[in-house]
Design a protein around this ligand. Sequence first.
Ligand code: ADP
Ligand code: ZN
Length: 739
Amino acid sequence: MRNPSFVEDGVSDFFPGGARIAVLTTQPLPGPLDYISPEGGVSTGAVVEVPLGPRRVIGVVWGKGEGGFDAAKLRPVSRVLEAEPLTDVMREFLIRAADYTLTPPPFMLRMALRAPGLADPPGARIVYRMGREEPGRMTPAREKVLGVMEDFEGLSFTLGELAEMAGVSSSVIKGLVKAGALREEEAPRDTPYPPLDASLPGLDLTEDQAAAAGRLRAQVAEGRYGTTLLRGVTGSGKTEVYLEAVAECLAKGRQALVLLPEIALTAAFLERVEERFGAKAAEWHSGITMTERRRLWRMVGTGGAQLVVGARSALFLPFRELGLIVVDEEHDGSYKQQDGVLYNARDMAVLRASLCNAGVILASATPSLETWVNAEQGKYERLDLTSRFGPAIMPKMRAIDMRAEEMTSGRWLSPTLAAAVETRLEKGEQSLLFLNRRGYAPVTLCRACGEQVACRHCDARMVEHRFLKRLMCHQCGETIPMPEACPSCGVEGKLAAIGPGVERLAEEVTARFPEARLAVLSSDLFGSARALKEAILDIAAGGADIIIGTQLVAKGHNFPLLTLVGVIDSDLGLQGSDLRAAEKTFQLIRQVAGRAGRAEVPGEALLQSYQPEHPVIRAILSGEEERFWAAEAEERRAAGAPPFGRMAGIVLSSPDLQATFDIGTTLARNAGPLLAIGAEVYGPAPAPIARVRGRHRVRLLVKAAKTAPLQQALADWVAPLKLPANFRLAIDIDPQSFW
Ligand code: ADP
Ligand code: ZN
């Protein structure tokens, strides 16, 4: 498919009523369709509704009509929606991102128009303001409401906002309206966010913080594209420093976007923004309401949102004038979207910024190898914060050689680690036990027939979740009640849990330390982002003595009372054939260890390992990060692996294993376009997870030189392929993991 090309001069065109225009819709069509411009005309980028067959669909005016199609048969645009037109930069970004990820442009456009109620009329909502009368009768609840109105003099709120802020029921507010103390009035539905004050002073920065902040400010002030790696251990003040760059960006009248890898981190971040700039940033992630989504989408377009903090999809918001993108914890795997459009938000941030003369800050304590190499090669600037803020220092790290520990079967806590926890309990300090496995036990084995209970739809074992009394497949999410009898042989009472998950570790810890207050942080144990956020705040405030957590805890939460981190199974990530196994283990354990000792008390990190002499474990312990990265980079270079070579993963899937393999073989045999650019094709082979949701997965891997035009070759390669119904082909450029 040929992608719609770009207006060269970059200036939006205006098309008077009756003109022939091209509209790109969000429907799965090869490209833009021609329509007649509506009465009053439209400009490029306008969001419109157009007839398509019997339906009306949403699209964006992409430029002048191509001609070719009989003009008399063209249909007019149904209407122009009440939304800011997408800028030329935004449209170019979508096309470039589509080209890079080999995504049809309509799917890319769909990501940019992902706001509810786009086609609805602007509409109004009811808000509440201070009234003129004194309320006849005063109650504590009424006082709270009026207190809020006084605190925010001149502002108005919706019923829900006001009730929440005052902590009263909506009937109290209605009562005050009746009494004349509050007024109801209509306001536009989507209002700008409270303005941020970029001139407020930040904290007094330390010397190296100030140097980094000064450099970042200068870059933002220049208003040119540039990417900077901001490296510093957890607690070194990276957030403080990049907020300085945000301040500069806002002062220049441009918008800023901060991406975070985890929704649970937004609450704490919003508070810091409020402290720094006097008001909250706008929030964009799956946890916000439809109304807020819609408001935010519209306000980034008008400039009514200056700073957005959000998940990776925020990158596709139609910002009016984006001047800075921060990718916090840039190494985090969650920036790669693994289904639908396969994109890496970190790389797309760099693309977007380069198109709109914005800066990019990639912040991390343990950058991805790609970023580290880009900084080494001078493509990115690099700024280092060398010490933690204040008296805190990196924790002391030590391995516990599990071969020398006395372990009973079904127990995972070594005597050495248990003793360290005991010491913390006596001193009233917190311990964190890290185990990257959800559920009770990873394997359920039948002691009668030897079978491991597996998912019916996937090539995966069912994981026991004792808390839910169910077995769960972590691939497809299927759950079944915990069976009494073995699903294979039918013998009762012989199913045994093998290996530890966080729930099982919790059982052991409770038995070992019955007096301690225990908190388990695992994503599946919380019904909502809010519940998780509350748990995290409670722990930070000292609400637990021992915390057991999955990789959820690695992501930037601040637990000031924590002084001990115990890694239950440091070898876990080192097995497996994943290209990034070493890198990921290194990052994860360093991140988790970094949770210990943030405040005045120094921390300690103990790594339980059966192979403490493994180079990765040794690198983690020694803290010689530069040396680790250099060695890792050397290995990748020798193997021609990313970032020194390029890779694409191709996954074919269908319910029919043989037919899927056959298509894979056909592809591998007809790899002309790939061979022409010097690329190599490996496979077909069963994917590491060979069956998901009843679909068999067959994988090919393409490796090419760094400079090879890989996307075009891939497109030419798969173009002749006619996929039967129910077959799917997914191309993953720069795959993060092989699954
Ligand atoms: P990072 O993002 O690198 O983890 P933060 O910016 O969150 O680090 O800083 C860690 C803690 O130290 C925060 O509570 C922050 O407010 C505090 N802090 C950092 N720099 C300073 C400073 N110069 N003055 C006062 N507090 C600071
Ligand atoms: Zn499954």
